[in-house]
Design a binder for this molecule. Structure first.
Ligand code: ZN
Length: 311
């Protein structure tokens, strides 16, 4: 029993002693990939922001559970809310990069990608007072089409990336990528820490957050993270967004029904599920996890790129 805690403590230890990676992708409700075809970037400045309140709620939740996490933050957001970035950093969390304005990696060439991550990092380091060493691609958009992205990250001195979803998904995914830490380049120590998948009936299923966490009962995530910790004996990597704890956010009525279902289902229960999650397992920052996982990282052997037939 912790004599200082007003909350009853369980005698049993957490579900596993493994420290998992907890991450927040810091973007507002209008910046998500699901709405990118109906909301122009040029209109972002005119929209009602919700991010400061939502991040404040997340910081309270993390403080209550005494966990530290990584906030993969858009440069666009950090530029406009410097006090919020300072608050996150001052609470002991890691500030890492989510690119400048949520353009997916495969929408860039190497040069423009390099400029995007350089700009985002400059703003994030300036506002947080921290050195930024981690990167998460918007919508997990590093895949077989963009091998140069890892080269650029390595050359700019990043220690890790958490930018790959090793599954099949309609918006993203690199189904044959490793499920756990891998070193994408033979000449660099850079590691990628993919978002968590579990094995169900011989197939990989997404189990690291996003819509799946909101739509499925919490018991699914508990089962999946336990499987990863106990059977694979590896840390899980979980992510969510500030808008996911905000049932009052404005509704985007002209978005496709599929996008609206994906975005708005389960918002009311999200905060409660997150509370269960952060209390049930051990969590920590991604930079520390990447450092530990680097020792176990496998080398990625990229097959020859497919040759696209001329159109
Ligand atoms: Zn994002």
């Amino acid at each position: 029993m912790n004599a200082h805690s007003p909350f009853p403590q369980e005698d049993s230890p957490k579900a596993s002693s493994i420290v998992n990676g907890l991450s927040v992708d810091v973007e507002d409700w209008f910046q998500v990939g699901a709405f990118e075809n109906v909301i122009e970037r040029a209109d972002w400045d005119g929209l009602a922001t919700r991010i400061e309140n939502n991040v404040a709620g997340i910081l309270d939740l993390f403080a209550e559970a005494d966990v530290k996490a990584t906030f993969f933050t858009l440069g666009w957001v950090a530029k406009r809310y410097p006090a919020m970035i300072r608050r996150i950093a001052d609470a002991g969390h890691e500030i890492a990069s989510h690119g400048y304005d949520h353009a997916r990696v495969f929408s860039f060439d190497r040069k423009s990608f390099g400029e995007d991550i350089r700009l985002a990092r400059e703003i994030l380091e300036d506002r947080s007072g921290q050195r930024v060493s981690g990167y998460r691609a918007p919508s997990f958009s590093i895949d077989r089409r963009t091998p140069w992205a890892f080269m650029e990250l390595a050359e700019q001195g990043y220690a890790y990336s958490s930018s790959v979803a090793p599954i099949t998904h309609d918006h993203y995914g690199w189904p044959d990528a490793p499920r756990f830490a891998f070193r994408p380049l033979p000449w660099s120590e850079l590691v990628d820490i993919p978002v968590t998948t579990a094995m169900l009936g011989g197939r990989r299923v997404a189990a690291g957050g996003g819509g799946f966490f909101r739509v499925l009962p919490y018991g699914f995530s508990r089962w999946a993270i336990r499987q990863v910790n106990r059977r694979d004996e590896r840390p899980a990597v979980f992510y969510f967004h500030p808008w996911e704890i905000d049932p009052q956010q404005p509704r985007v009525e002209n978005a496709p029904i599929r996008s609206r279902l994906r975005h708005y289902t389960g918002l009311e229960k999200m905060a409660g599920k997150l509370r269960d999650l952060v209390h049930e397992f051990n969590w920590g920052r991604m930079d520390a996890l990447a450092h530990r996982e680097a020792k176990r990282a496998v080398d990625l052997i990229l097959p020859e790129p497919d040759v696209e037939p001329a159109q």
